[in-house]
Design a protein around this ligand. Structure first.
Ligand code: NAD
Length: 473
């Protein structure tokens, strides 16, 4: 068995010569203890005061925007433009979460029962937020802000691959919030597991891979009152109907495949195109992909940054070795771009002329988490839906059609948490909930109104006739 890692150094995936500061793994128990100590006072802090704290956090994040943007780009290789979008989303999320808190945390009066009654939302107690590398701040922030507003302290364990920028973010919150209300645990699987399984942690929001999500669900199955929200992977399809605007569909498919170098849970990794428009669509799609040339993430013009790690490059390489399809774009590994050594790759597109071969391939079974798209040609809408349903994931599907009624009929039948018409699969604004079915999640959508899932409900009813009229001092 390998020893847990106690310290490590991340390098910029877009320029491996750039080394970031060393990170130390954190002992979990003391951080959880501080959260436990902070919990009673934080849960009793009136909502208006918790909101005021979060406004102060928002102002501090605003002031630190530029270093956070640089930090994301440097550590994860996300192009600057995307990193800027992520930090903007972190800041904007606080307004949305406050509005949601005001709507959902207020007690609801119940007047049609035998006695006066109300339903209250109560803080669960310390919560763990486990972050992925690909949205190192935006996704953990969405969960953290909801727990904080609901009165639960948070312990954040970021991905070790994004530890430095996560520490920058955590410091900003810790400088504003009372002691113990926001803790940081650095580390990998061992620290993540120890944190989630700690009995004092009463809620877990995990964003990451299906394998880890499943192991956590198993490990926590016996603790009924500990809440687990799972935001997992996707095998997202972009469906091109016979009547689609092919230019728009091609542009969206390329964007969906290449943003964050394909390392998004809602990345386009499958295209299902109807036979009558397949040639015309594919010609446009390949042209659109030519706009995504690997480049330095710190250059504002770059649209395709590197993958996160050597492991990710190796997985991409294994997928490229699959046979049985025709590679319309062969993809490639670029160990160096503009003199910078990094984990750069080129987009790849595989067409499955024999559907059965495609469906049996690892390219179809796995999340690629790289700019790699498989294409199936379909005969009609029933056939399209049949191919669509050949994966266990159920995160996001985009349908390109000019017909609203066709879209409505498909949306009704598609087994996914998010369905978009004439938009990239990656276009998931914070103003909407975001969650998946099947392997993609466990029915507690993050994004907008995640706050619905972060409290316990308490039903209070009062037979006032039993009160003596004398209140205890
Ligand atoms: P990952 O599963 O490797 O790691 C995610 C986090 O879990 C990291 O912080 C990691 O250290 C931690 N971890 C690992 N083992 C653990 C364990 N046994 N117990 C507790 N924590 C543990 O995922 P990743 O590579 O960082 O992120 C990519 C994955 O995240 C993809 O599958 C992607 O689809 C998914 N994702 C999903 C969403 C969504 O909203 N559905 C969003 C972003 C990413």
């Amino acid at each position: 068995m390998s020893q847990p890692v106690t310290s490590w150094i991340n390098r910029c995936p877009g320029d491996l010569r750039i080394e970031l500061a060393a990170v130390q793994a954190t002992a979990v128990e003391p951080v959880v203890s501080r959260a436990v100590q902070a919990a009673p006072a934080w849960s009793r802090t009136p909502l208006a005061e918790r909101i005021a704290y979060l406004r102060e956090v928002q102002a501090a994040l605003q002031a630190a925007q530029d270093p956070l943007v640089q930090g994301i780009a440097l550590e994860t290789g996300k192009p600057l433009g995307e990193a800027k979008g992520e930090v903007g989303a972190v800041i904007a999320k606080i307004d949305l979460a406050i509005a949601d808190a005001q709507r959902h945390l207020t007690p609801r009066q119940v007047s049609d029962g035998p006695h006066p009654a109300q339903v209250r939302r109560r803080a669960k107690g310390p919560a763990a937020v486990i972050g992925p590398f690909n949205f190192p701040l935006h996704l953990p922030n969405g969960a953290a802000v909801a727990y904080l507003l609901a009165g639960s302290p948070v312990v954040f364990k970021p991905s070790p691959l994004a530890a430095t920028v996560a520490a920058q973010y955590a410091q900003i919150l810790q400088d504003v919030l009372p002691e113990g209300v926001f803790g940081l645990v650095q580390g990998g699987a061992a620290e993540g597991e120890a944190l989630c399984l700690n009995p004092a942690i009463r809620a877990v929001c995990f964003t990451g891979s299906v394998a880890v999500g499943r192991s956590l669900a198993k490990a926590l199955a016996g603790d009924f009152a500990k809440d687990l929200a799972l935001e997992l992977g996707g095998k997202n399809a972009l469906i091109v109907c016979a009547d689609a605007d092919l230019d728009a569909a091609a542009t969206a498919a390329a964007e969906g495949a290449c943003l964050t170098a394909g390392q998004r849970c809602n990345a386009t990794s499958r295209v299902l195109v109807q036979r009558s428009v397949a040639d015309a669509f594919l010609e446009r799609f390949l042209k659109a992909l030519a706009c995504y040339q690997p480049g330095n993430p710190l250059d504002p013009k770059t649209r395709l940054g590197p993958l996160i790690s050597q492991t990710a490059v190796a997985r991409y390489q294994q997928l490229l070795a699959q046979t049985g399809g025709s590679w319309l774009l062969p993809g490639a590994i670029e160990p160096e771009v503009e003199g910078r050594p990094g984990y750069y790759v080129r987009p790849a597109v595989i067409l499955w002329p024999d559907r059965a071969v495609g469906l049996a391939s690892p390219v179809h079974a796995q999340e690629a988490f790289a700019p790699l798209v498989e294409v199936f040609i379909t005969d009609d809408l029933d056939d399209t839906l049949a191919v669509h349903d050949t994966t266990e994931f159920g995160l996001t599907t985009s349908v390109f059609t000019r017909s609203q009624s066709l879209f409505d009929a498909m949306a009704e039948r598609l087994q996914v948490g998010n369905v978009y018409a004439n938009l990239p699969t990656t276009f998931s604004p914070s103003t909407l909930p975001f969650g998946g079915l099947g392997y993609s999640g466990n029915g507690k959508p993050g994004g907008r109104e995640f706050i619905r899932f972060v409290t316990d409900e308490q039903a209070v009813q009062v037979n006032a006739a039993g009160f003596s009229g004398l209140d205890s001092p």
